[in-house]
Design a protein around this ligand. Structure first.
Ligand SMILES: Cc1cc2nc3c(=O)[nH]c(=O)nc-3n(C[C@H](O)[C@H](O)[C@H](O)COP(=O)(O)O)c2cc1C
Length: 298
């Protein structure tokens, strides 16, 4: 790896924005509806956004001041007048209209109408919800923290979730949100976005915290220094709590494929080790960690 190192102070705000937007990605999109004291509704997307606390349930998003003239965004002005918002989650069906809502319309323009979304009255807060959004979070704003005085400075909107509305179409049989059904989108750098699709999803086995994994540092040297196994493979191997017993290894070594591999490499330990590592890698890539361990310990 050849690393390029850049001092933050040497970058223009535009260059900084480009590096950070591309590197800190994908970012989920908060489509925030707000309202001013006079009752004018506003709707704008923000990808400086995430969940930061569960108890209390807190989301934070950040309308920056406009880089060109250091003026504040209407979303922030509204929140300072009426400290409430609805965070509407954006899926692929909504993404082009969401983009349209991000354009710099004059104050007082309702982006629900401009972008063609339907207003749904909220139950606990004044700003309406986006009917098309699969998850809508009614929030009270506890605090706004300004991060600077220059154009582009962020303003952290600390929003406490009070009511969650979920389209039942995105739930699984247990009533949990199913990532195969949400079709969420996220923002990267420049004009790039990405979409959560079934073939992009993968799982990482989460060991129960009472029985934490042995760690990569506990792997035998020959495994840690393998030319075949990748960092991901070592992570999988280090994520087990116990190794298979000699008996389990013995039984596995009698299976046809493994027996063939062992027979074909009698007297040639180098080829045998290579073949065993290749087989273990194949098993790990299929998510069969216990089997991979058995192969590696033969
Ligand atoms: C997907 C997406 C994400 C955005 N994220 C942010 C953001 O995190 N912060 C920000 O200040 N502007 C962000 N913008 C730009 C604002 O949406 C835009 O400035 C908008 O006009 C603000 O509207 P307002 O003045 O009505 O609040 C984003 C735009 C898009 C399309």
């Amino acid at each position: 790896m050849k690393i390029k190192t850049i001092a933050a102070s040497s970058l223009t705000p535009g260059e900084m924005q480009s590096y950070l937007h591309y590197a800190i990605a994908p970012r989920p999109i908060c489509f925030a509806s707000t309202i001013d004291k006079a009752g004018n509704v506003n709707l704008s997307p923000f990808s400086f956004f995430n969940v930061f606390s569960i108890n209390p349930p807190i989301c934070v998003f950040s309308p920056t001041s406009r880089a060109r003239d250091n003026t504040s965004k209407h979303t922030l002005d509204n929140i300072l007048e009426v400290p409430e918002c609805v965070i509407n989650i954006v899926n692929h069906d909504m993404v082009q209209q969401t983009y349209l809502a991000s354009l710099d319309y004059p104050k007082g323009v309702n982006e629900f109408s401009k972008a063609g979304f339907t207003e749904l009255p909220s139950e606990m807060v004044k700003p309406p919800r986006v009917a098309q959004s699969p998850v809508q979070l009614e929030c009270i704003v506890n605090e706004v923290i300004s991060l600077g005085k220059n154009g582009g400075a962020g303003n952290l909107v600390i929003a406490e979730v009070k009511l969650i509305h979920i389209d039942e179409a995105v739930l699984d049989a247990d009533g949990k949100i199913d990532p195969h059904k949400t079709d969420l989108v996220a923002r990267l750098g420049g004009d790039w976005y990405c979409r959560v699709t079934a073939n992009n999803l993968f799982k990482i086995a989460k060991p129960n915290n009472a029985a934490i994994g042995i760690g990569v540092d506990a792997l035998p040297k020959a495994i840690r220094n393998s030319n075949v196994l990748t960092g991901n493979n070592l992570g999988q191997l280090g994520n087990v709590q116990a190794l298979p017993s000699d008996e389990e290894i013995d039984i596995y070594s009698q299976t046809d494929e493994i027996k063939q591999l062992l027979d074909a490499t009698i007297g040639d330990s180098q080829t045998r080790d290579l073949q065993l590592h290749l087989k273990a890698k194949q098993l790990l890539d299929e998510g069969k960690v216990t089997e991979a361990w058995k192969v590696l310990l033969m």
